[in-house]
Write a protein that binds this ligand. Sequence first.
Ligand SMILES: NC(=O)c1ccc[n+]([C@@H]2O[C@H](COP(=O)([O-])OP(=O)(O)OC[C@H]3O[C@@H](n4cnc5c(N)ncnc54)[C@H](OP(=O)(O)O)[C@@H]3O)[C@@H](O)[C@H]2O)c1
Length: 248
Amino acid sequence: MKIGIIGTGAIGSILAERFAQAGHQVKVTNTRAMPELEKIAAKLGATAATLHDVVKDVDAIIFSMPFGAYKDLPKDLLKEVPQDVVVMDTSNYYPFRDGEIPELEQITESEYISGILNRPLVKVFNNILEYTLKHHGKTAGAEGRVAISIAGDNPEHKKVVAQLVDLTGFDTVDAGSLAESWRQQPGTPAYCTELNEAELKQALGNAEEGKAPAIRDFIMDNLRKMVSWPTYEEILAGNRLHEMGRGK
Ligand SMILES: NC(=O)c1ccc[n+]([C@@H]2O[C@H](COP(=O)([O-])OP(=O)(O)OC[C@H]3O[C@@H](n4cnc5c(N)ncnc54)[C@H](OP(=O)(O)O)[C@@H]3O)[C@@H](O)[C@H]2O)c1
């Protein structure tokens, strides 16, 4: 496959490297000038592209940028991209970092991004920590393989996404439509809690609509009170304490 990735940060760089290692042709972009981007791309086994070129002549596109940066993307970025190209979004919204966005009281985070991009998309790789993605992948069928949920409205696109997730070392669970993707947003039991397929299905079902933002902020407030930036273990433990955020 030919894959374009926008963002070479924590998540985008791991995905680029994994897909390139698996034999896919990967193009990447970020905000850097071309000489620096070329060096980053070469380390990942990818090629460097401008924002406009990274979405051209590809089978799949992955947006992996800070939530607040999407609104500044060119409105016509995906205008010429054929509808059979699978578009993925890995983003998560944290108001302390991304600012208050009142629309998110009515729609899911990825519906908001879909509106900005004027394009249906698949929400994936948002509910796995960078550390987990980097270190905890296993081969298909391995005991205790961690699962990632996939939300979106196009079943064919979700199949392609599931194959890509498998390449990164994780199982998948279909989390329903993009409108249902609140079940995998920050503050839910399915958010970065490192669960296997059966546990993740259960966690998605256990999510309570409207409760996640308060739990997300509770967890984040606790993590931000720590003297030094929390470790992977502390973040995972914090996410797993979501029940506390409900005052239970
Ligand atoms: N970190 C995690 O554990 C994790 C897990 C799951 C999901 N997520 C979510 O996934 C998204 C990416 O996370 P991350 O941790 O990988 O972020 P990150 O490390 O901050 O990287 C963000 C990347 O986006 C690029 N970028 C920003 N604005 C851009 C623009 N206008 N055009 C092109 N590229 C742009 C940045 O470019 P430069 O390199 O030039 O600055 C950088 O490469 C976020 O929404 C995050 O919430 C993160």
